[in-house]
Ligand binder design. Structure first.
Ligand SMILES: C[S@@+](CC[C@H](N)C(=O)[O-])C[C@H]1O[C@@H](n2cnc3c(N)ncnc32)[C@H](O)[C@@H]1O
Length: 239
């Protein structure tokens, strides 16, 4: 079995050769999705887009909140180099080089399931989030036909994979690592990491958009709870 480091390096090489991009019709969907999730992003403060790739989430966020200070993080140097309009950092989602509680907003769309340990990446996102901060995560759903299609695509011979140069096809079927997570599992991660789950939204390229919990991707939105001591103090003040 590959070590975590080797698996991350393999994914890094893959996305350096196949910079992620989405078809035109999906390019401007992020703002609509954030609105459907009813996310109340702060007007100011710091935001990070973990696994920023094409930068579509960061662009939507900038459009909605022009005064947020946005940083894009990605393991693929080639991808991150395209995002010149933002602060950029070349790093892994499994080892985010920021102090605890740095950001007011943490977004990670379609990245963590490409790491060898999505739960660890999720914990990293929660660690760097300030109490009261907003978390938006999108992950592949376990309960669709897509995991089977991915396994078939991955087994295709190398010469076929190399011929198909369409970024979205590469990403969906030939990426070296993909994991699939049920809403129940992800909601448990929220609970374990002190994030209050707010709302989810299903999307996808392959499966229909309804019902939410059977979509290829699920966006999860939550808010980091205040520290226990602070909460207790606030509660005692109300007694
Ligand atoms: C499917 S793309 C999604 C990109 C972007 N969030 C979007 O929606 O356009 C996945 C991205 O995650 C990045 N990625 C994969 N593993 C990573 C890791 N361990 N750390 C940081 N980024 C990673 C890839 O380089 C790629 O840009």
């Amino acid at each position: 079995m590959k070590s975590e480091k080797e698996a991350v390096r393999e994914t890094e090489e893959f996305y350096n050769s196949n910079s992620f991009d989405v078809p035109k019709q999906f390019k401007n969907k992020q703002e609509e999705r954030f609105k459907k999730l009813k996310i109340n992003f702060p007007e100011t403060g710091k935001a990070i887009d973990v696994g920023a790739g094409s930068g579509r989430s960061s662009r939507a966020l900038r459009k909605m909140r022009p005064n947020l200070d946005i940083t894009c993080l990605d393991i693929a140097k080639k991808s991150i180099d395209r995002l010149k309009e933002f602060k950029r950092i070349h790093a892994s989602a499994l080892n985010i080089p920021f102090e605890d509680e740095t950001f007011d907003v943490v977004i990670s769309v379609g990245c963590l399931h490409h790491t060898p340990n999505a739960k660890k990446g999720f914990e990293e996102c929660c660690r760097i989030l300030k109490p009261g901060g907003i978390l938006v995560i999108a992950l592949y759903n376990k309960w669709t036909i897509y995991p089977i299609l991915y396994k078939i695509g991955k087994r295709l011979p190398g010469f076929i994979k190399r011929k198909i140069k369409i970024p979205i096809v590469q990403d969906q079927f030939f990426t070296p690592h993909a994991s699939f997570h049920s809403p129940k599992e992800v909601k448990e991660w929220f609970e374990q990491n002190g994030i209050e789950f707010k709302k989810l939204l299903g999307t996808g390229y392959i499966t229909p958009y309804f019902p939410n919990k059977l979509c290829q991707f699920i966006y999860y939105y939550g808010i980091k709870k205040e520290h226990k001591e602070k909460q207790e103090l606030q509660q005692s003040k109300h007694i």
